[in-house]
Write a protein that binds this ligand. Structure first.
Ligand code: NAD
Length: 482
C-alpha cells in the first residue's frame, strides 16, 4: 500500500501525550502514512503570532491536504482568534462530522444503544465571530447564514446517510423566532430531503428537539445542525453517551480534511500520563477511512473496543464495579496495541470496509435569482430621551423616506408602546419608502441624504441596516408589537 502524506500537530497540554499514543497504535496496526510535523498553538501564539500557526505550516497542509491535530490551548482574552476556527475556514472544512456511540455496559451511561452522528455546519452562523459594541450599553453578534453554505451541509448530511446506510436525517432550528436565518435552513432541509425519498426526515424546534435528544438519544440517527446548535448538542450527546473524552470529529471540505478529538488541551492533566487518548484515536480512525485505509481503521477500532470491553480504562471513564484496571495514557495505548487483530465479544465489531465510498463533498449549488428592491432602512440611534422625543426629532428627516416605527431591543416603542419594557441601548428607527403604493423607488442616495439630515440634527446613529424586498417579500423581520 502506498504511503499517504499527512500533517500532524502535537498541540498543547495533554496534546503531545495523546498524539504519541495515537500514532503508536495506528502505525503498529499498519497505517501507511508519511508524517510531516508542524507546530501550532500556545508556543506559536507566545512568539507573537496571533493566529497560532506559522505561515510555513500552511505549506505542509496544502501539500498533504490531511491534518491530524491534537488539541491546543487558546489564550484567553482579546487579540487572539481561535486557531481551530481559522484552520476550518482557511481550508474550507465546512462539515464537522461527530459520531456518538454508547459502549454499555462497559462505559457507564443512562442511554445504552446510542448510535448517532451529528453533522455540524462549520463555517457560518455566529461563528463568523463578527461582533460589535453598538454603544455603551449594547453588544451584538451577527448570525450570518448563506443559502449556499446551508444547502451544502444539508446535502452532505443526506449523502453521508446514503453512503453509510443510515435511515433518518433530523434537523433542529429555531425558525419560530429566527424566521429569516433558521427559516431558510428549515426550508432548504425540506427541499433537499425530497431528493432522498428512501431516507426518513424530521424537523424539530431546537429547544424541544434538544430535550428529546437528551432524553431518548437512541431515536436519532443523523442530525444536521447549524454551527452553534451543533457545537452545543454534540457535547451533550457525547457526554450522555459516556464521556466527551471519547468524542472524535472529522472536519471535511472538498479539498482538505482535519481530524481531531472534540475535547480541549486539559492543561491541568498535562504531563501526568493521565489523559484518555480515545477521542484522538477515534478521530485517527475517521482519517484512515477517509484516506481509504479501511482495514487498518477496522483493526484499530476493534482493538480499542476490545480494550474497553476488558475494562481497561483511563481515569475519566473508570468506574468501580464496571472497570477492571485504571491505566495511564501509555499503558492504555499498550493494551490497545496488544489487542490488534482481536474483535470485541459483546460490543458490535466495527466494519467500515462494507462502505465503499466516501460521501460526496463537491456540490454545485445555484442560488435561484430573485428581484431585489431597496424599500427602506433601519437607523440605530443612541438617544437619551424618550421615544416620543426621538420621533419628534426624526419627523421629516427624509424626503422620500418616512419614519414608520421605533423599536428598542426588538420591541416597538413608537407609535405604539406597551410601557413596561426596559429601554436600553440604541433605538431602531425604521424608515420606509414614503410612497411605495405609487411605485416610488428609493436608492442609496436617499439613505445617504437621510443620514445627513439625522447627523445635522445632532443625533448619533450607530448603525444602519438596509431593508430589501426579494420578489416582493420583505427580507427583514418585523418587531414585536408592530
Ligand atoms: P478541556 O476539554 O480541555 O478539559 C475539560 C476537562 O475535561 C479537563 O479538565 C479534564 O478533566 C477533562 N478532559 C478533557 N479531555 C480529556 C482527556 N482526553 N482525558 C481525560 N480527561 C479529559 O476543556 P477546557 O479546560 O475548557 O479547555 C482547555 C483549553 O483547551 C482551552 O484553552 C480551550 O480553548 C482549548 N480547547 C481546544 C480545543 C481544540 O484544540 N480542538 C477544543 C476545546 C477547547
Amino acid at each position: 500500500m502506498k504511503k499517504v502524506p499527512i500533517t500532524v500537530a502535537y498541540g498543547d497540554g495533554i496534546g503531545p501525550e495523546i498524539m504519541d499514543a495515537t500514532l503508536k497504535i495506528i502505525l503498529e496496526a499498519g497505517a501507511q502514512l508519511e508524517i510531516e510535523t508542524i507546530e501550532i498553538g500556545y508556543k506559536v501564539y507566545s512568539k507573537g503570532n496571533p493566529s497560532g500557526i506559522e505561515p510555513s505550516s500552511w505549506e505542509s497542509l496544502k501539500r498533504t491536504k490531511v491534518f491530524l491535530k491534537a488539541p491546543i490551548t487558546t489564550p484567553q482574552g482579546g487579540g487572539f482568534k481561535s486557531l481551530n476556527v481559522t484552520v476550518r475556514k482557511a481550508l474550507g472544512l465546512y462539515a464537522n462530522v461527530r459520531p456518538c456511540m454508547s459502549f454499555a455496559p462497559f462505559i457507564h451511561t443512562k442511554h445504552p444503544g446510542i448510535d448517532l452522528v451529528i453533522i455540524r455546519e462549520n463555517e457560518e452562523d455566529l461563528y463568523g465571530g463578527i461582533e460589535h459594541r453598538q454603544g455603551v450599553d449594547a453588544f451584538q453578534a451577527l448570525k450570518i447564514m448563506t443559502r449556499q453554505g446551508t444547502e451544502r451541509i444539508i446535502r452532505y448530511a443526506f449523502e453521508y446517510a446514503r453512503c453509510y446506510g443510515r435511515k433518518k436525517v433530523s434537523s433542529f432550528t429555531k425558525d419560530n423566532i429566527l424566521k429569516i436565518t433558521d427559516g431558510m435552513f428549515h426550508k432548504v432541509f425540506e427541499e433537499v430531503a425530497k431528493e432522498y425519498p428512501q431516507i426518513e426526515k424530521e424537523h424539530w424546534i431546537v429547544d424541544i428537539g434538544s430535550a428529546k435528544l437528551a432524553d431518548s438519544p437512541q431515536s436519532f440517527d443523523v442530525l444536521v445542525l447549524a454551527n452553534l446548535y451543533g457545537d452545543i448538542l454534540s457535547d451533550v450527546a457525547l457526554q450522555i453517551a459516556g464521556s466527551v473524552g471519547l468524542g472524535a470529529s472529522a472536519n471535511i471540505g472538498h479539498g482538505y480534511s482535519m481530524f481531531e478529538a472534540i475535547h480541549g488541551s486539559a492543561p491541568r492533566r498535562a504531563g501526568q500520563n493521565l489523559a484518555n487518548p480515545s477521542g484522538l484515536l477515534l478521530a485517527a480512525v475517521q482519517m484512515l477511512i477517509h484516506i481509504g485505509q479501511n482495514e487498518i481503521a477496522d483493526r484499530v477500532y476493534n482493538a480499542w473496543l476490545k480494550t474497553i470491553e476488558e475494562g481497561i480504562h483511563t481515569y475519566d471513564v473508570f468506574r468501580e464495579g464496571t472497570s477492571r484496571m485504571k491505566v495511564g495514557t501509555k499503558e492504555f495505548a499498550q493494551h490497545v496495541i496488544s489487542n490488534l487483530g482481536k474483535v470485541p465479544e459483546v460490543l458490535k465489531p466495527f466494519c467500515s470496509s462494507r462502505f465503499h465510498e466516501n460521501p460526496k463533498t463537491d456540490f454545485r449549488i445555484t442560488v435561484p435569482p430573485e428581484k431585489k428592491e431597496l424599500v427602506g432602512v433601519d437607523v440605530f440611534i443612541d438617544f437619551e430621551g424618550s421615544p416620543v422625543e426621538l420621533a419628534r426629532k426624526l419627523q421629516d428627516c427624509g424626503q422620500r423616506l418616512k419614519l414608520e416605527m421605533i423599536a428598542n431591543r426588538g420591541m416597538a416603542v413608537w407609535p405604539f408602546a406597551y410601557g413596561e419594557s426596559l429601554l436600553a441601548g440604541p433605538f431602531q428607527c425604521r424608515f420606509v419608502c414614503a410612497n411605495r403604493e405609487n411605485s416610488l423607488k428609493i436608492d442609496h442616495r436617499d439613505v445617504i441624504s437621510l443620514l445627513n439630515v439625522i447627523q445635522q440634527r445632532e443625533l448619533e446613529f450607530t448603525k444602519t441596516e438596509l431593508l430589501y424586498s426579494f420578489n416582493g417579500v420583505e427580507g427583514y423581520s418585523k418587531v414585536q408589537g408592530e
